[in-house]
Design a protein around this ligand. Structure first.
Ligand code: GAP
Length: 439
């Protein structure tokens, strides 16, 4: 049974991520780019599994669900209509002594600067968090564009295209996974608050009269996702409804899914009842009517939207915090990532006990890899104990060892990551063992 808060610290996870190739600081050899990260081999696999689980959970939750991939750049008019130009800003303050910059709501301005200890603040100014750029080479013809701060707007402005090309009727959902960019004043806590990150957003278009019920439905589905698809420890996850003064400019009601990090309960996903704000705004600003005709009522209505929005990278960090465990085994420390097997980047590792067993184990490994496409690895270096630790540390659920007896009895030893128990199983049972772990 896991305790209420993870055994991991941010420092331990940052070090593990770099050492084992989950995540690297972007442009590290040039001093690093603050709030931007690159993903290594294991990180790429873990992210892919998180995305797959999300898509699967969405498809299972509602039959009328389509996919979409919007562009990263949007013209100024989109962000004027969405309210981002006017409202997407954080309060910023600088220390006049050491020039350190802070989000004004992150610090107590009655106290001195946490960096230099002096108390000499500038006025608080509003800082818009969107990245602006110009399209085109010629200054005269240049058009202002912005990197999207959320993926959702591309869905709203394509609402009519999506509906007619897919021949779908209200209610339906549109899901999208893609990058978003925010010029955060103070990126922090590793992947928690970044400047370039990825979101998984689903916009549920419904009739106004079902919006409140649909909002409740999606809150339950999203909790179910974290427990059953991602495998987070249930008592580290909760829903928290926003107070009125916390609501975004578009929201009629928002609840956050929060996780109990060692640095406190923090948002990992926002679920919002956006009303008809977005489609109304884009109808007004573009001059194109985005209302839908109801055949039964013989009248037009503006669909309402329930949105679910989670950051892939923030969930990635959450999954690491949740899976991380340390224990003492035979006087030595074992670090283990207890990933749900479907989320684990590597499903199984194959070990020959000595050089003599390399060939037959390699043959089993290659044949299985070719047949199933499982993400599995072969490792012949170091003692078996060292190899177990190497794969525990990256959360591999199963390890198979080919030993002196294997040639004679046609069996390998399977060793389970969590219990560390071992069993002898037949060569042809290996595939089933991996499949069972993935159920
Ligand atoms: N379309 C709604 C929207 O974007 P949000 O609460 O601003 O809502 C949704 O963001 C999710 O995106 C957050 O719950 C978080 O998981 C992720 N996210 C937001 N800003 C982030 C950042 N700077 N770095 C990493 N993830 C972020």
């Amino acid at each position: 049974m896991k305790s209420k808060v993870s055994a991991a610290t941010l420092d331990k996870l940052v070090a593990l991520c770099k050492r084992r190739g989950f995540v690297y600081q972007s442009a590290e050899i040039y001093g690093g780019l603050n709030g931007v990260y690159d993903c290594g081999h294991l990180g790429t696999l873990l992210k892919k599994n998180i995305r797959t689980a999300w898509v699967q959970s969405m498809k299972e939750a509602a039959s009328s669900m389509v996919q979409f991939e919007g562009s990263l750049l949007g013209p100024q008019s989109v962000w004027e209509a969405s309210g981002h130009i006017a409202n997407f800003q954080d309060p910023m303050v600088d220390c006049l002594e050491c020039k350190h910059r802070y989000r004004a709501d992150d610090i107590d301005l009655e106290k001195s600067c946490p960096h230099c200890g002096k108390k000499s603040w500038t006025d608080v100014r509003q800082f818009n968090m969107m990245f602006k750029t110009e399209l085109g080479a010629s200054v005269d013809n240049a058009t202002s564009a912005y990197l999207r701060p959320e993926t959702a707007q591309a869905i709203f402005i394509n609402f009519k295209n999506i509906m007619s090309s897919n021949r779908i009727k209200i209610p339906f959902g549109v899901m999208q996974i893609g990058k978003a960019f925010r010029n955060e004043i103070t990126p922090k806590q590793f992947l928690f608050r970044m400047r370039e990150f990825e979101q998984m957003e689903m916009e549920w278009f419904c009739k106004p009269e079902t919006a409140a019920k649909d909002f409740d439905f999606w809150m339950q589905k999203r909790l179910d996702f974290y427990k059953n698809f991602i495998g987070l420890t249930p008592d580290r996850v909760r829903l928290r409804a926003h107070e009125k003064d916390e609501l975004s400019h578009y929201s009629k009601g928002t609840s956050d899914v929060e996780y109990n990090f060692p640095f406190g309960w923090k948002e990992i996903e926002g679920i919002a009842n956006r009303g008809n704000f977005d489609l109304t705004q884009h109808s007004n600003f573009s001059g194109k009517d985005l209302a839908v005709f109801d055949e039964q009522e013989k009248a037009s209505f503006m669909p309402h939207v329930v949105e679910t929005s989670v950051g892939v990278d923030r969930l990635f960090l959450t999954v690491l915090f949740d899976a991380y465990d340390e224990e003492e085994v035979e006087g030595e420390q074992r670090v283990v990532l207890r990933f749900k097997p479907t989320i684990a980047p590597i499903k199984a590792a194959f070990f020959p006990l000595t050089k003599k067993q390399v060939e037959p184990m390699m043959a089993l490994y290659e044949a299985l890899k070719k047949k199933t496409g499982f993400e599995i690895e072969f490792d012949e270096s170091g003692s078996i104990g060292k190899r177990y630790r190497r794969y525990d540390e990256v959360g591999t659920p199963l390890c198979f060892t080919f030993d002196f007896q294997s040639e004679e009895d046609g069996k390998v030893t399977v060793r389970f990551r969590d219990s560390m128990k071992q069993e002898r199983i037949a060569f042809d049972a290996i595939e089933q063992f991996i499949n069972d772990a993935l159920q």
